[in-house]
Design a protein around this ligand. Structure first.
Ligand code: NDP
Length: 445
C-alpha cells in the first residue's frame, strides 16, 4: 500500500542510521497495511505519521565515580513513545550496545506489546550504554543512583513506569528505587516494577516472561496437535528470560539441551541442569562456560551463533536482538525445527522470519510471546495501587489467562484479515487497533 510505504520511507529518511528502528517500523507498518486500508480514518487522522514519532525522547549524561576514584561518563536514554492507553511502560537496558536506535526500536515494539496484554499501559523504553560486566556492587549502585537522579524528573507512577531488561534485574531495580524514594521523599512504589518482594514487588514477576513464553508456545503447539512433552528444545541466553523459559519448558516435559551467554553456549545432550545455570548466573554472576565444571559430559563452545546448529524440535531465542539470521534459520529448518518462539525482543531478523513462515514453521513473535513480563509488571502496579498483594498462584493464573487471550486475539486478527496462522501479522494488527482508536478519541495530540 502506497500510504504505508510512504511512511516507512519517511521514517528511514528522517531517522538516519537507526537500523533497528527502521526494521521494526517496516515490520509493523507492513503488516497493518490491510487494517489501514479498511479504516480510512487512520489515514485521515495521520495515525501512522503520529505513531512512529515518539511523544518525547530524553537523553542525558550519567557521570559516576569508579572504584579507582576515576570519573566515568555514560549516555542515558528514556524514550516515551506513546501514552494513548496508559502511562509509558517499558524496561531499562544496560548494555554497551545501547544507542538511540535500539531504545527507539524497543519502545516502538512496546506500544503494541503492551496493548496486546489488554492492560492499561502505554509504550516506552530506556537504558544506557553502561556495561555492568565486571563492575563491583558499589559501582553498579553509584551508576544507578546517578542515572536515577536525572531520570526521576521524567517518571512517576502515573506518568512513566520503568522496569528491568538486559542488565537490569532485582539488584539494579533496588538501587534505582532507593534513589527515587530518597529524591521524592515519598513511597511511590508504583514508579518501578520488578521490585524485590520485601518492598512491594510482585510474586511471579521474575518468572513471568519465561513462563509466559511457554504458555504462549503451548497454545500455538496445541492448535497444531503438538505438545512440548518429549521435545528437544534449544534456548539461547541464560539471563532472566532464558532461565525461567528453561524451567517451564522442563516442567512441560521438554528436554532443553542448550543455553548461552554473550561469550558462548553449552550443549548438554542429557538435558540442562537448571540449578547449575542458576548458581552460575544468579548467584556467582559468572560465565556460562563454568557449566562444564559441574557437568563434565556437557560441551562448551565459544561464540553465540553455533547454538542454532544444534538439532532441535523447538527453538526459543531468549538472549538479544538479531541472534537468528537467515543463515541460522536455514540450518534450523534443515535440522527439523517445527516451532520458534521469541523470548527476546526481535531475536530473528526480518528475512529469517519470512523464511520460517515460508517453510511452515510455527512462529511466535516476540511482541506477543514475551508480553508476559510486562503484563505481570502491570499486575505489580495494580497490587501497588491496592496496597495489597496476590499469591504466586493468583498472579500465575492471571498470566496464563493473559497469554491465552493474546494468543487468541492474535490468531483471530490474522484470520480476519486473511493471514490465517500468521501470528506476526495477527499480533501487530491486534495491538495496533486499540492504540489507534484511543489516539483518534483523544484528538490531535
Ligand atoms: P538478562 O540481562 O537477564 O540476560 C540476557 C542474556 O542474553 C544473558 O545471558 C546475556 O549474556 C545474553 N546477551 C545479552 N546481550 C547479548 C549479545 N549482544 N549477544 C549475545 N548474548 C547476549 O536479560 P533478560 O533475560 O531480561 O532479556 C533477554 C531478552 O528478553 C532481551 O531481548 C529483552 O529485551 C527481552 N525481554 C525481557 C523481558 C524481561 O522481563 N526481562 C521482557 C520482555 C522481553 P551475558 O551474561 O554474557 O551478558
Amino acid at each position: 500500500m502506497m500510504y504505508v510505504q510512504k511512511i516507512i520511507d519517511k521514517v528511514i529518511a528522517d531517522n538516519p542510521g537507526e537500523e533497528e528502528f527502521h526494521a521494526t517500523v517496516k515490520e509493523v507498518l507492513t503488516s497493518i497495511a490491510p487494517v489501514v486500508e479498511k479504516h480510512p480514518e487512520y489515514q485521515e487522522q495521520a495515525i501512522l505519521e503520529r505513531i512512529v514519532e515518539p511523544e518525547r525522547v530524553i537523553m542525558f549524561r550519567v557521570p559516576w565515580v569508579d572504584d579507582q576514584g576515576k570519573v566515568q561518563v555514560n549516555k542515558g536514554y528514556r524514550v516515551q513513545f506513546n501514552s494513548a492507553i496508559g502511562p509509558y511502560k517499558g524496561g531499562l537496558r544496560l548494555h554497551p550496545s545501547v544507542n538511540l536506535s535500539i531504545i527507539k526500536f524497543l519502545g516502538f515494539e512496546q506500544i503494541f506489546k503492551n496493548s496486546l496484554t489488554g492492560l492499561p499501559i502505554g509504550g516506552g523504553k530506556g537504558g544506557s550504554n553502561f556495561d555492568p560486566k565486571g563492575k563491583s556492587d558499589n559501582e553498579i549502585m553509584r551508576f544507578c543512583q546517578s542515572f536515577m537522579t536525572e531520570l526521576s524528573r521524567h517518571i512517576g507512577q502515573d506518568t512513566d513506569v520503568p522496569a528491568g531488561d538486559i542488565g537490569v534485574g532485582g539488584r539494579e531495580i533496588g538501587y534505582l528505587f532507593g534513589q527515587y524514594k530518597r529524591i521524592r521523599n515519598a513511597y511511590e512504589a508504583g514508579v518501578l516494577t520488578g521490585k524485590g518482594l520485601g518492598y512491594w514487588g510482585s510474586l511471579a514477576r521474575k518468572e513471568a516472561t519465561g513462563y509466559g513464553l511457554l504458555y504462549f508456545v503451548r497454545h500455538m503447539l496445541a492448535d497444531a496437535n503438538e505438545s512440548l512433552a518429549g521435545k528437544t528444545v534449544v534456548i539461547s541466553g541464560s539471563g532472566n528470560v532464558a532461565t525461567y523459559a528453561i524451567e517451564k519448558a522442563q516442567e512441560f516435559g521438554a528436554k532443553v539441551v542448550a543455553c548461552s551467554d554473550s561469550n558462548g553456549y553449552i550443549y548438554d545432550k542429557d538435558g540442562i541442569d537448571l540449578d547449575v545455570v542458576k548458581e552460575i548466573k544468579e548467584v556467582k554472576r559468572a560465565r556460562i562456560s563454568e557449566y562444564i565444571k559441574a557437568r563434565p559430559n556437557a560441551e562448551y563452545h565459544e561464540g553465540c551463533k553455533g547454538i542454532w546448529t544444534i538439532k532441535c524440535d523447538v527453538a526459543l531465542p531468549c538472549a538479544t536482538q538479531g541472534e537468528i539470521d537467515l543463515e541460522s534459520a536455514k540450518v534450523l529448518v534443515e535440522n527439523g525445527v517445527f516451532a520458534v518462539g521469541e523470548g527476546a525482543n526481535m531475536p530473528s531478523t526480518l528475512d529469517a522470519i519470512d523464511y520460517f513462515l515460508e517453510k511452515g514453521v510455527l512462529f511466535a513473535p516476540a511482541k506477543a510471546a514475551n508480553a508476559g513480563g510486562v503484563a505481570v509488571s502491570a499486575l505489580e502496579m495494580s497490587q501497588n495501587s491496592m496496597r495489597y498483594s496476590w499469591t504466586f498462584e493468583e498472579v500465575d493464573n492471571k498470566l496464563k489467562d493473559i497469554m491465552k487471550n493474546i494468543y487468541e486475539n492474535s490468531t483471530k486478527a490474522a484470520e480476519e484479515y486473511g493471514f490465517k496462522g500468521n501470528l506476526v501479522v495477527g499480533s501487530n494488527i491486534a495491538g495496533f487497533k486499540k492504540v489507534a482508536d484511543a489516539m483518534i478519541a483523544h484528538g490531535v495530540v
